[in-house]
Every structure is written in structure tokens, then in C-alpha cells.
Ligand binder design. Sequence first.
Ligand SMILES: NC(=O)c1ccc[n+]([C@@H]2O[C@H](COP(=O)([O-])OP(=O)(O)OC[C@H]3O[C@@H](n4cnc5c(N)ncnc54)[C@H](OP(=O)(O)O)[C@@H]3O)[C@@H](O)[C@H]2O)c1
Length: 263
Amino acid sequence: MQNTRRVALVTGASSGIGAEFARRLVRQGFELILVARRREQLDALARELGGAETLAADLTLEEDLARVEARIASAPDLELLVNNAGFGTKGRFWETPLDAQERMHRLHVMATLRLTRAALAGMVPRGRGGVINVSSVAGFGQSPGNVSYCATKAWMTSFTEGLDLELRGTGSPVRVQALCPGFTVTEFHDTMGMRREGIPAWLWMRAEDVVDQSLRGLEREKPIVVPGAIYKMVVTLERLVPRWLRSASVVRATRHAHRSKAA
Ligand SMILES: NC(=O)c1ccc[n+]([C@@H]2O[C@H](COP(=O)([O-])OP(=O)(O)OC[C@H]3O[C@@H](n4cnc5c(N)ncnc54)[C@H](OP(=O)(O)O)[C@@H]3O)[C@@H](O)[C@H]2O)c1
């Protein structure tokens, strides 16, 4: 008899985009494994969903990361991994605490690398499954005050694109996706201490719509999903405008802001 269980593991499921992935996947019939640091939020979501396994883990800590890796390796029905846990910082690279930058690299880069490896090691031989890496439109460019964030998200997108080529090149039906949202209303900006009012209302997206476009993109086997017409346009422009011109305008705008602040 064919096994019909479908299991999905979502990191950063205690709020925002991750919690929305969990809600949507349960409706699609997935059994869920929810991962984040805040146990109470995970348990509350599991109750809301009518049951889910919860794994409280700080993915920047080796011991916790290894525990989640082992859970993935022991899940023969794992059909979807969503590497969504992430955070932002603000401030110039050399002026802000190194610790936060290091943790960001561990979370966005090392946790994504390790959990994706653990998932694909089972999915590829089984010939089914998928991985969604929640990156950002920020990964398509560079912005002062956001250097490590842009760099780690660029890594996530590039890593996913590379994996997509490897998988397709070997004829594997396993799919990977880099989801690259723009401004989305979640706890993200509260956590980094940034006021949402500074960003025009029309630039904000709902987590529901971001997740919707990601899952539709997965069905259509799209390796990169940029939700929202505005952000698709932003990314197209980023790709069309030469790098030197983009860099020159960023430097000019930053100097102008710096001088106005100093005046
Ligand atoms: N919101 C946006 O505008 C936006 C735009 C582009 C991309 N993104 C990306 O979307 C993803 C989800 O963010 P969000 O917007 O939904 O923000 P959010 O509401 O702040 O959610 C972030 C999630 O990551 C978890 N997390 C943070 N550090 C962790 C750690 N060390 N170990 C395990 N889990 C950790 C948090 O849970 P705990 O605190 O409970 O650990 C939370 O569940 C992130 O990767 C972010 O970079 C967001």
C-alpha cells in the first residue's frame, strides 16, 4: 500500500511568514513539524492547527541545529522543508555588534545549508519533495546599513539557484525555490526596532499573499519567486541597471543622507 503521509518542516514558524506557511500547509493536508525558539508560540500555533509536532530550537546553536538536522534525517515522509527563520539588523557593519552579524550568518547561511543537505539526502533517493528557502529581494542588491542581511540573502538565492541546476541536471523531480519577498507585515521590523510608518503603505505585502505565491510557484516549479508586481519590477530594474550605476547612486544618496543628518 502506498504511504500517503506528507510531512513538512517549517523553521521560524512561531510568527509571520513561517506561521502562515504552517496554516496553509495544514490545509493542504501536510502533517507539520514546527521549529523556532519561542516554545509557547509554537504550542499555541500547534493547538490552532489542530495538532503539530513542535521543536523548540535556536538554529544558531550547534546542538539545537544538529537536533533539527537529525529530526529531518529521521523523517522518511518529509516532503517539504521551509527554511524561513531569519532576522534583520540595522546600522553600519563596523559600528554594530559583531555577535548579531555572526548569528545572522549562522542562521541564514549555515542552518539553511545544513538543513537543506539533511532534507535532500532523503528526498533525492526517494524521488519526491521540495525545499523553500525564504530569501529576500534585498539579496538582489546591496544597501548601506543592511550589509550582512543583503549578503546572506544573496547567498541563499544563489545557493538555491545552484541546487536547482544540479537537481534538474540529474533529472531529479525534487524542486527547490528561493522565495524573495519585499516588505511584508510580520514581527520582522518590530524585532529589528524599525518603524513601519517610514515605509509607504503601498510597498507592504501580507504574509498570506507571499505564501500563496510561493506555493503556487512551487507547483509551477519556479526556482525563484518574487511576490508582488512592484517587487518583480524592482528586481527586473536591479538586473537591467549596470552595477556601477547602481553603486554610484547608492553612494550619492547615502552621502546626502549623512550630510543632512550632520547639518
Ligand atoms: N518581513 C519582511 O519584510 C521580510 C522581507 C523579506 C524577507 N523576509 C524573510 O522572511 C523570513 C521570515 O521572517 P518574518 O518576516 O516572518 O519575520 P518574523 O515574524 O520576525 O519571523 C521570524 C521567525 O524566525 C524565527 N527565528 C529567529 N531567529 C531564530 C533562531 N535563532 N532560531 C530559530 N528560529 C529563529 C522567529 O522565531 P523565534 O523568535 O521564536 O525563534 C520567527 O518565527 C526571514 O528569513 C526574513 O529574512 C522578511
